[in-house]
Design a protein around this ligand. Structure first.
Ligand code: CIR
Length: 253
């Protein structure tokens, strides 16, 4: 169960955020409205949400998930692989220290962005992607082991982060798309396949038995409702333009 979340309002320079999509620049006003609706969705799931003010120094700073991994036993401040995002961690470390007394940090040359980390029980799958390297992943695994948790690595070849292509909905249910559909490390889970034309929607958030999903993906919505979850839809069009999904916009703990 989660009780809190941390989010950061999008800054004006969001429109210059990193992207591989060809969907055009986000509309700032619309992004702010969508962010507001996202916070409402988290609150509807029962979370107390800390909304941090926009940070104009970092275009991608609204994607707070990448800067920290918040586990039940410790917080781990990451070392983002994207050079323009490395500085985001300093403010986040201060914020996280309000809630955690045990804080670990990933050191270069290890890099990791927590969009590459997916928790399944006390095990953490870590994607080796363009942003997360072996050294970063192994530092995280060593820290997890120190606190009685575990981790393993999975290659991410076609998408930005591990959770761009798969998310866990608890109760053994895993949404999978593309390169993760036949991933042997997931074979013990109940895998729900999301078709290619809805692959953006595979990035969902489970919170206390409700699932927040991106609006406009009817097949995904139906599959999740069929599993018995209450579904909350929210429009993500402006964040999709920057390769950002639902999980990226918050730290939940
Ligand atoms: C980036 O490329 O870093 C941002 N535009 C999007 C980050 C998405 N974060 C995530 O998947 N956890």
């Amino acid at each position: 169960m989660f009780s809190k979340a941390i989010v950061r309002r999008p800054c004006h320079c969001l429109i210059h955020g990193l992207t591989t999509s060809n969907l055009g620049h986000p509309d700032y006003k619309k992004a702010l409205e969508q962010h507001h609706a996202y916070v409402n969705a988290l609150e509807t799931c029962g979370l107390e949400v800390l909304v941090l003010e926009a940070d104009e120094n970092f275009p991608d700073s609204t994607f707070v998930e990448d800067t920290a991994l918040l586990t039940p036993h410790c917080a781990i401040i990451t070392n983002p692989g994207a050079p323009t995002r490395k500085g985001e961690i300093h403010k986040m470390k201060k914020v996280v220290s309000r809630f955690y007394s045990v804080i670990e940090e990933i050191k270069g040359p290890g890099t990791i962005e927590a969009g590459d980390i997916m928790k399944v029980g006390s095990h953490y799958y870590i994607g080796l992607s363009g942003r997360t390297n072996e050294k970063g992943a192994h530092q995280v695994i060593d820290i997890l082991n120190k606190y009685g948790m575990s981790g393993s690595t999975i290659k991410v070849e076609k998408v930005l982060h591990l959770k761009t292509g798969t998310t866990y909905l608890e109760n053994n249910n895993l949404l999978v798309s593309g390169e993760f559909i036949n991933q042997p490390q997931f074979s013990h889970l109940n895998r729900i396949e999301i078709p290619d034309d809805e692959s953006y929607a595979v990035n969902c958030i489970w919170i206390n038995n409700k699932v927040i999903i991106a609006a406009g993906f009817p097949i995904t919505k139906q599959k999740i409702m069929d599993l018995g979850y209450t579904v909350i839809e929210t429009d993500m069009s402006e964040f999709q333009k920057l390769d950002g999904g639902l999980t990226c916009l918050s730290l939940r703990f």
